[in-house]
Write a protein that binds this ligand. Structure first.
Ligand SMILES: Nc1ncnc2c1ncn2[C@@H]1O[C@H](COP(=O)(O)OP(=O)(O)OP(=O)(O)O)[C@@H](O)[C@H]1O
Length: 254
């Protein structure tokens, strides 16, 4: 199968500090890959290089075969490389329905003047309901964000990314800050994402990692030290030494 995202030999240094060392990684449609690693391993930097928020010192990023290394973040979004939004960018007085409709209209290049009339646009409303349904947010479609639980606000971030029709979805710690009573809801919503979407997630919650991932990539000091089956990761000596030892022991004794 053709890679939808292909990162080759990516390097990034800040001053003298090499933060990304010759990282290569490719994703195919339907991939569910989680990037893990200790604090400061370079996970966020890597995602910023992929999205175009940072420029690499060397290396290439390709989306569906096209070299996008020199393209801006918004040009990459138009090609289907989308990162989930941040809760801090949600409008507290707007509803999920309004947020998603606005994102769809933006994708379609329609102006703000059209926004007030979105409810009359059947295809937009159909897409809004479809996306909110996937993320389990339909019952809250018309509730203001300020009245919605934090975990569901995080799901709305993913809904907004879905409104941009991604081929590759980059999720930055979707369960961070979410109370444990709400994480099951996040897991269920992630399970309902389209089967052909390629997902790359950064996550620290190892229970979520092992439930979601079909593949795990481990970064340590900017270098990929493991790329493969989640079942093999906890037994890998280098990964245990760098990161996972205590978690693997806890699982074994549980
Ligand atoms: N703009 C910058 N200038 C200088 N150093 C930076 C910059 N951004 C990141 N770094 C350094 O690069 C290293 C990797 O940081 P990064 O945030 O990518 O790691 P991370 O794996 O995402 O960590 P965490 O899990 O804590 O979020 C760190 O040592 C950090 O201090």
């Amino acid at each position: 199968m053709t890679a939808v995202l292909e990162v080759s030999g990516l390097n990034k240094s800040f001053g003298g500090l090499a933060v990304t060392n010759n990282v290569s990684l490719s994703l195919e449609p339907g991939d569910r890959t989680v990037l893990i690693g200790p604090n400061g391993a370079g996970k966020t930097t890597f995602v910023n290089l992929v999205t175009g928020n940072l420029s690499p010192t060397s290396g290439t990023v390709r989306v569906a075969g096209e070299d996008v290394t020199r393209l801006s973040a918004s040009e990459r979004v138009r090609r289907g490389l989308v990162r989930s939004f941040q809760v801090t960018r949600l409008f507290q007085d707007m509803t999920p329905e309004e947020h998603v409709a606005l994102a769809i209209l933006q994708r379609q290049g329609k102006t703000g003047r059209m926004f007030g009339h979105y409810a009359a646009m059947a295809p937009v409303m159909e897409e809004v309901r479809d996306i909110l349904g996937t993320l389990g947010l339909l019952p809250l479609a018309e509730t203001r964000v300020r009245e919605i639980a934090y975990g569901q606000q995080r799901l709305l971030e993913i809904a907004l990314a879905m409104a941009l029709r991604p081929k590759i979805l980059l999720l930055d710690e979707p369960a961070a800050g979410v109370p444990s009573t709400e994480t099951a809801r996040i897991e269920q919503a992630l399970d309902r994402l389209p089967a052909d979407l390629a997902v790359l997630m950064i996550e620290h919650d190892m229970d979520l990692v092992f439930r979601f991932a079909k593949r795990v990539v481990v970064l340590a000091a900017g270098t990929v030290i493991f790329d493969g089956d989640p079942r093999a990761v906890t037994e890998n000596a280098e990964v245990r030494a760098a990161y996972l030892g205590s978690y693997a022991d806890a699982r074994r004794h549980a």
